[in-house]
Design a protein around this ligand. Structure first.
Ligand code: SF4
Length: 393
């Protein structure tokens, strides 16, 4: 593995920073998952948390900021860690970085790994947002996906979280699950909206290489919904969530007014973010880098020796920054701002992308807004194609 050792500590203080902390453990691997996560022993959890604590401390010295606006502890399944471990992590984050008093602090959790003690510990440590992976309200589908929990367990955890005091909860759901019928998916949407979470992330299943589902698909053993059914589910998500009071603010994300995920929105707006932990990616002042993704190698690296050891590092040139500005910004329903583009690049959006913009306006893939451009419904349907046109070849 090629390792770059030339990452310098940030010399200039950043105005704002978002933090991501990766917990690469799960009780069991789901059949569709290609995330950097795996089951591990309690001893490995301990070793990992010690390494993380050291890295957080060192990163706090290396990356100076006026304020951390959001913290996202993601995975994997961060809720496999004990209440004490999570308390330690959150304490170290706050001791090492100037986390703003109104920062959004999210912990990702999965039913089957949560309990009252953990939820109380998160709450007391300042966590103000939970993101719970449900994926489906149908027991058969949960088993098919390889999830470790039932819908009933999810509901119990959700209610416990409310009782603990959490007022901002996201629920993740998936459509186009093998064997799923339109009405099955409708039931998931109805059961989830009945609980009134503040935020719902609704993604269509993608079969990723290297997963059990991929192997089954190769052998024709997966009964995937047809394209037509997939489209109907997509349409149903939009309609049913809108009727239930959710605003779609990103291609796959819906929120009650005021509950858009600040952390992810920052990512789509290309704010500085620092990733801590195994394989965690960062982008600071247009330099992208990522931690190594091999657990035993990661545990051997010396976190106190920051700038730490990164597996990849890439300085984005101006063209790459413009591309990202467009294809990340267009994911947001409010679209891209022409003024922000000009501020960042000292060029008008039209002078760089005039031809593409005009063509896509004619094709009704994008439309003009008060501040710039956003995707039309048709544009969202074929967003990969639309975004690809902003890449310089
Ligand atoms: S719980 Fe999430 S991260 Fe863990 S294996 Fe399942 S999908 Fe992947």
């Amino acid at each position: 593995m090629k390792i770059n050792r030339d990452v310098r500590a940030q010399e200039e203080k950043m105005k704002e920073l978002e933090l991501y902390v990766h917990i690469p453990f799960c009780v069991k691997k789901c059949n569709y998952c290609d995330f950097l996560s795996a089951p591990a022993s309690e001893r490995t959890y301990d070793a990992y948390v010690s390494r993380l604590l050291a890295e957080i401390g060192a990163a706090g010295l290396a990356y100076k900021t006026d304020g951390v606006t959001s913290v996202f502890i993601g995975g994997g399944t961060p809720s496999v860690l004990s209440a004490a471990q999570m308390r330690q992590l959150l304490r170290r984050l706050k001791d090492s970085f100037p986390v703003l008093p109104d920062a959004e602090i999210t912990v990702e959790c999965n039913p089957g790994t949560l309990d009252a003690e953990k939820l109380q510990a998160y709450y007391e440590a300042g966590v103000n947002r939970l993101s719970i992976g449900l994926q489906s309200a149908d027991e058969k589908e949960l088993r098919m996906l390889g999830r470790i929990h039932t819908f009933e367990q999810f509901v119990q955890n959700y209610e416990l979280a409310r009782k603990t005091g959490f007022k901002n909860i996201n629920v993740d759901i998936i459509s186009a699950i093998p064997g799923q019928k339109i009405n099955d998916y409708r039931q998931t949407l109805l059961k989830v909206t009945a609980l009134k979470p503040e935020h719902i992330s609704a993604y269509a299943l993608i079969i990723e290489e290297g997963t059990p589902f991929y192997e089954q698909m190769r052998w024709n053993l997966l009964q995937l919904p047809s394209e037509e059914v997939d489209r109907q589910m997509y349409q149903m998500t939009k309609d049913l969530l809108r009727q239930s009071g959710y605003e779609r603010y990103e291609i796959s994300n819906y929120a009650r007014p005021g509950f858009e995920c600040r952390h992810n929105t920052g990512y789509w707006l290309r704010k500085n973010y620092l990733g801590i932990g195994l394989g965690a990616a960062s982008c600071i002042e247009n330099v992208r880098f990522a931690n190594i993704a091999d657990l035993s190698g990661y545990l051997k690296t010396d976190a106190a020796d920051l700038p730490h050891v990164y597996a990849q590092r890439e300085k984005l040139n101006e063209r790459a920054q413009m591309e990202e500005f467009m294809f990340l910004g267009l994911r947001l329903m409010r679209g891209v701002s022409a003024e922000d583009f000009q501020k960042q690049f000292s060029l008008t959006m039209e002078s760089v992308y005039g031809e593409v913009i005009q063509k896509q306006l004619n094709q009704k893939l994008i439309k003009q807004t008060k501040t710039g451009y956003c995707l039309t419904d048709y544009g969202i349907d074929i967003s990969n194609y639309v975004m690809a046109e902003y890449l310089f070849h």
